[in-house]
Design a protein around this ligand. Structure first.
Ligand code: ADP
Ligand code: ADP
Length: 229
């Protein structure tokens, strides 16, 4: 479980204090698909970066499985990040590397390259025939499936998705939504999905926090998206 207890985040911009998050309380359960919706500037990315320990709270506490993220040293932070996969709006692929090479990257960084693992995850995202292609040869939806495969290959307990379908059109967006749902159902992966698209959130998430100017103004329960593995 991830808990936010009265979390605030302040940035300084040209000497002026900006409140990105304002006394947030949240509980995200293991295995659930949790949505965060809000307009641009409402604090969504800040919230994701904090779960990933890329940012620390200015006030309040964030705990993952009971551990206060403020208490972690750099080695422990890196360890915590290893259990988390990230999915980006613009896919963040390396364009001079093949699909296989992109997907293998997290393994190589851990000096644990394993061709069989690359094959399996490619099959899971249904791109087995595209392993030797370069990203520019793929559609937007396929690029995002590569991004998702790269996040999955280390078997993360949690996926943080930042506007995962915003760069995609209708059918491609829907396919990605279905893939995220299948990941949650197959592996029980906890997901936090940030979006400004109510439709995506409604179809996918069990619960959703609505952010406005750094405050959670409401938390919605959405029953039909119920996904327990
Ligand atoms: P969203 O993801 O919902 O667009 P962000 O979390 O990116 O919102 O930003 C929330 C607020 O914090 C905005 O006002 C933004 O300008 C500000 N902000 C975010 N990151 C920084 C930063 N590194 N330095 C200064 N201000 C920031
Ligand atoms: P399937 O048999 O349904 O195709 P696999 O068990 O072969 O599924 O897994 C497909 C890929 O999903 C694996 O290669 C692995 O990298 C990835 N994966 C992500 N999270 C997990 C997890 N928690 N447990 C097992 N595999 C996972």
């Amino acid at each position: 479980m991830i808990t936010f207890e009265q979390v605030s985040k302040f940035y300084s911009h040209n000497g002026v204090a900006v409140t990105a998050l304002d006394h947030i309380d949240l509980k995200i359960q293991d295995h659930e698909i949790f949505g965060v919706i809000g307009e641009s500037g409402s604090g969504k990315s800040t919230l994701l970066r904090m779960i990933n320990t890329l940012e620390l709270p200015s006030q309040g506490k964030i705990k993952i499985a009971g551990t206060d993220l403020m208490q972690l040293n750099d080695t422990q932070k890196r360890k915590s990040r290893k259990k988390i996969g990230m999915i980006f709006q613009q896919f963040n692929l390396l364009y001079n590397q093949t699909v296989n090479e992109n997907i293998a990257l997290p393994l190589r960084l851990n000096k644990a390259y394993d061709q069989q693992k690359v094959r399996e995850v490619l099959e899971f995202v249904r791109l087995s025939d595209k392993g030797n292609h370069y990203p520019r040869q793929l559609s937007g939806g396929e690029k995002q499936r590569v991004g998702i495969a790269r996040a999955l290959i280390t078997k993360p307990e949690m996926l943080l998705c930042d506007e995962p379908t915003s760069a995609l059109d209708g059918q491609n967006a829907y396919d990605i939504l279905e893939l995220l749902r299948r990941i949650n159902q197959t592996f029980g992966t906890t997901m936090v999905i940030v979006s400004h698209e109510l439709n995506l959130i409604k179809q996918l998430c069990n619960r959703t926090a609505i952010l406005e100017k750094g405050k959670v103004v409401e938390t919605l329960e959405i029953q039909k998206g119920q996904q327990q593995p």
